[in-house]
Design a protein around this ligand. Structure first.
Ligand code: UDP
Ligand code: MG
Length: 312
C-alpha cells in the first residue's frame, strides 16, 4: 500500500527542511512505498530551492511548482491530482498539524473509514481574533450550508483513493476542499488533536483571505442565500396585505392627507411583487449554478458480486 503526503507551500522556505524530515520519519513505517508531494504555490522566497534540497535528502520527496500563486485550496488540489498513493495525507507546511498523528489516522482508517479528518481541540499560538472568527465561521457555515461540514476541521486529513478520486471528479473552479470531502460522503470519522503554533514564517490567511474562503464555502455549498429573497417576499406580501387593510380603515375614517392611501398601497404591493420576482429569478439562478458545476451525481461506495476488480 502506497502512502502519499501532500503539502501546499507558499513562502515557507524556513520550514521545508524540518517539515520533510518529520514527514519522512512519520511515513517511515510504510517505506519505500511513500511519497511526499510539496506544491510550491508561486512563492516569492526560496521555497522552491528548499524543495529541491529536500528532494536531494529524501528520495520520497517530489515537488511541483505552480506558475503563480493560486491560493491554498488550488495548490492543495494540484498536489492531490499528482499523488499516486492508496492513502493520502494532506497537511499544512507550517507543522501546525503534527505529522506524527499519521499512525493513529492509519489505524483508524484500517477499521473501515474512507476519511479520517483532524478536529482541532485547542489551537495553540493563534490569537483570540483568529480563534473567534474561525469558531463563528464553522457554525455560520453549517447553519447556511446544505452539507454538514465537520466543525473545527481544516484540511488536515487522511483519505483513501476512492474518497480522493470522488473529490477530484468534482470539476468546480472555486474549491473548498474540506467541504468537498464532506460532500462526497463515504465513511468518515474525526480525530481530535491539538493544533500547534506555526514553526516558522507567518500566517498567509489574513482577514481578506479568510473572507474569500468563507464566501467560497457558503456559495459553493448552498443556495440558501438566494432563497432568502423568497422568504422576504412572503413576509412582505403578508405585511403589505396588513398595511393595505390599515390604509383602508384609516382612509374610511377620513383622517388622511390626499394621496397617502394610494401611495402606501402601491408601494407596499409593488415591493412585495418585486421581491417575489427577484426570488423566482434567484431560484433559477441557483439551479443554473448547481447545474453548471456539473458535479458527479453519486459515487459508488460498495460493490458486491461483480468481477474481482478491487475498488481501492
Ligand atoms: N498556502 C498556499 N498558498 C497560499 C496561502 C497559503 O499554499 O496562497 C499554504 C501555506 O503555505 C500553508 C497552508 O496553505 O501550508 C496554510 O496556510 P497558513 O498556515 O498561512 O494558514 P493558517 O494556518 O494561518 O490558517
Ligand atoms: Mg498555518
Amino acid at each position: 500500500m502506497m502512502v502519499s503526503a501532500v503539502v501546499p507551500c507558499y513562502n515557507e522556505a524556513a520550514g521545508v527542511a524540518e517539515l520533510t524530515d518529520r514527514l519522512a520519519a512519520a511515513l517511515e513505517p510504510w517505506a519505500p512505498d511513500i511519497e511526499i508531494i510539496l506544491v510550491d504555490d508561486g512563492s516569492g522566497d526560496a521555497t522552491w530551492q528548499e524543495i529541491g534540497r529536500a528532494s536531494d535528502r529524501h528520495k520520497a520527496v517530489r515537488g511541483i511548482r505552480l506558475s503563480a500563486n493560486r491560493g491554498h485550496q488550488i495548490a492543495l488540489t494540484a498536489g492531490l491530482e499528482v499523488a499516486r498513493g492508496d492513502r493520502v495525507l494532506m497537511l499544512d507546511a507550517d507543522l501546525q498539524d503534527p505529522p506524527e498523528l499519521l499512525p493513529d489516522m492509519m489505524a483508524m482508517m484500517d477499521t473501515g473509514y474512507d476519511v479520517v479528518y483532524g478536529v482541532r481541540l485547542v489551537r495553540h499560538g493563534e490569537g483570540i481574533a483568529k480563534r473567534a472568527t474561525a469558531h463563528l465561521f464553522y457554525r455560520f457555515l453549517n447553519w447556511l450550508s446544505d452539507v454538514p461540514i465537520p466543525k473545527d476541521t481544516g484540511d488536515f486529513r487522511l483519505v483513501n483513493r476512492r474518497a480522493l478520486d470522488a473529490v477530484l471528479a468534482m470539476p468546480e473552479r472555486s474549491r473548498f476542499v474540506r467541504g468537498m470531502f464532506a460532500w462526497v460522503g463515504f465513511a468518515q470519522i474525526g480525530l481530535t488533536y491539538e493544533r500547534q503554533p506555526r514553526r516558522s514564517g507567518e500566517t498567509k490567511y489574513d482577514l481578506a483571505a479568510m473572507s474569500r474562503l468563507a464566501w467560497d464555502a457558503i456559495t459553493g455549498f448552498s443556495s440558501h442565500p438566494l432563497r432568502i429573497a423568497m422568504r422576504m417576499a412572503v413576509f412582505c406580501g403578508f405585511l403589505s396585505v396588513a398595511l393595505i387593510l390599515y390604509v383602508f380603515t384609516t382612509f374610511a375614517s377620513g383622517n388622511t392627507v390626499p394621496g397617502w392611501a394610494s401611495i402606501v398601497t402601491a408601494v407596499s404591493f409593488f415591493s412585495a411583487i418585486q421581491l417575489f420576482v427577484l426570488a423566482v429569478i434567484g431560484e433559477y439562478l441557483g439551479r443554473i449554478y448547481i447545474e453548471e458545476k456539473a458535479r458527479p451525481l453519486y459515487f459508488v461506495s460498495g460493490r458486491v458480486g461483480f468481477a474481482k476488480k478491487p475498488m481501492n
